[in-house]
Design a protein around this ligand. Structure first.
Ligand code: 5BU
Length: 271
């Protein structure tokens, strides 16, 4: 039997979530009435902070050219003030021992501040074991990249199925997927009880005014992603912050538009 996770409200799904971060994400979405994550790919701290102040959601740190640890304190303060969580889209993809060090240490100390991070399943379960050794004691959550939004992505077919099988075996830490559709039941065998499965699906490649970029990115609308293919959270970058991170009013207005389209599609899905 197929799971009905996406037909239940975020609030209901929070009640059934066993991972601390998954619960926190569902509760926050229900409380703030938003299923929007803003992806902030900028290279300097002042632009990053300006955009976060304008939209208050999630980001990348590894492309910042002027990262220093005081930024983490600023981010944590902003997160508490505006009631949002951080997803570091780090896309770990190495052996367990190495990713554990990359996650906990180095300049960015990602595990100390990011509620959620993600990993490519390409190394096999080792990547989950390594990240989980650091993240699980801190109550963090992991998303596996089961699919990508780019044209010609190799994350399709049996690769995607294997990613979901890996997740199924590590449900304490793997809370869901970066994907373009729902993943409950994908690659399942007769021994799997998929009727109770509930994966958090975060979906990039979202744009209202464009179909893609010149480098293979492909966009769908919030409505298509949430209503037609069951995404739980839409990830929007340039559709919101555009080309000038200083245009705070325009950025806030765009964020509001994506947020209201994403939420309307979710309400329609529930009804
Ligand atoms: P954009 O500006 O909305 O195109 O940015 C999309 C973000 O989502 C960007 O940070 C990418 O790294 C991220 N992304 C993506 O676009 N497609 C994918 O399949 C994955 C991540 Br995985």
């Amino acid at each position: 039997m197929a799971s009905l996770a996406h037909t239940r409200s975020y609030g209901e799904r929070a009640l059934n979530a066993t991972n601390t971060t998954a619960k926190l994400i569902f509760e926050t979405m229900e409380r703030k009435k938003t299923n929007l994550a803003v992806s902030v790919d900028v290279t300097c701290t002042s632009d990053l902070l300006a955009i976060i102040e304008a939209v208050a959601p999630y980001t990348h740190v590894d492309i910042l050219e002027d990262f220093d640890h005081s930024l983490i304190e600023r981010l944590q303060h902003l997160g508490r003030e505006h009631d949002f969580l951080y997803f570091e889209d780090r896309k770990f993809a190495d052996i367990g021992n190495t990713v554990a060090l990359q996650y906990s240490s180095g300049v960015h100390k990602i595990s100390s501040w990011a509620h959620v991070t993600n990993a490519h399943p390409v190394p096999g379960p080792s990547v989950i074991k390594g990240l989980s050794s650091v993240g699980l004691p801190l109550g963090r959550g992991l998303l596996l990249l089961a699919e990508m939004s780019t044209a010609g992505s190799l994350a399709v077919g049996t690769y995607t199925e294997e990613a979901v099988r890996m997740a199924r075996k590590h449900r304490d830490f793997v809370i869901g997927f970066i994907a373009q559709r729902r993943m409950e039941g994908v690659g399942a065998g007769p021994e799997d009880d998929v009727s109770t499965e509930d994966f958090l699906i975060m979906t990039p490649g979202i744009g209202l005014e464009s179909k893609g970029d010149s480098m293979g990115q492909q966009y769908r609308t919030p409505r298509t992603a949430v209503l037609e293919t069951g995404s739980d959270i839409i990830i929007v970058g340039r559709g919101i912050y555009g080309t000038d991170p200083k245009e705070v009013d325009r950025i806030a207005a765009k964020a509001e538009r994506y947020m209201s389209e994403g939420w309307a599609a979710y309400l329609e899905r529930l009804s």
